[in-house]
Design a protein around this ligand. Structure first.
Ligand SMILES: CC(C)(COP(=O)(O)OP(=O)(O)OC[C@H]1O[C@@H](n2cnc3c(N)ncnc32)[C@H](O)[C@@H]1OP(=O)(O)O)[C@@H](O)C(=O)NCCC(=O)NCCS
Length: 144
């Protein structure tokens, strides 16, 4: 397979949404993943979107962002036709390179407990589950 990872721009918006949609990944097209918010996010030097391409076809996406303390991997998705080949790990590794270069000493990801493939994927790539932590949020709207 002829694979390439490259940094995405807002001109990739429709493809990003397509990959998340076919992947069954929950995302927020009226909130954090609207075109407007995504464009702003992509202009932030501490946040990067990477796409995995097979030829010209985008088959995976990941967001890496450094919050000044921790490095976060977000919205990782691989096209269902390409799963189980460690491709998620390739995008994680590219995100980690960016986060380490930004200064992150701790790399993290939030995963729903029942998302077994994602749990496996991150464990296979060196992440430990911190069982005692619960995720609390305060949202500006349900779509945010
Ligand atoms: C999570 C995800 C990115 C992993 O990508 P991937 O490239 O398939 O990852 P891996 O090849 O490392 O496989 C991870 C696990 O997926 C499962 N898997 C293996 N083959 C699979 C297949 N053909 N189809 C579906 N899942 C498969 C296995 O549980 C595997 O774990 P194992 O290697 O310990 O057996 C992908 O499953 C995905 O896009 N899921 C939907 C979106 C999502 O939930 N993203 C994560 C949000 S936190």
């Amino acid at each position: 397979m002829d694979l390439e990872i490259r940094e995405l721009t807002i001109s990739d918006y429709d493809d990003i949404i397509r990959v998340w949609s076919i992947s069954g990944l929950p995302f927020k097209p009226k909130g954090r993943e609207s075109r407007q918010v995504m464009e702003k996010e992509m202009a932030n030097p501490n946040c990067v979107y990477y796409g995995l391409f097979s030829g010209e076809a985008m088959i995976g996406v990941v967001i890496a962002n450094f919050d000044g303390r921790r490095g976060w991997i977000n919205r990782l998705a691989i096209d269902p036709d390409y799963r189980g080949q460690g491709l998620g790990g390739k995008l994680i590794a590219r995100g980690e390179e960016f986060l380490r270069a930004a200064g992150a000493l701790v790399l993290c990801v939030l995963i729903e407990e029942i998302n077994y493939p994602s749990v496996s994927c991150f464990q296979n790539n060196g992440y430990n589950c911190e069982h005692e932590i619960k995720y609390f949020t305060k949202r500006s709207s349900p779509d945010a």
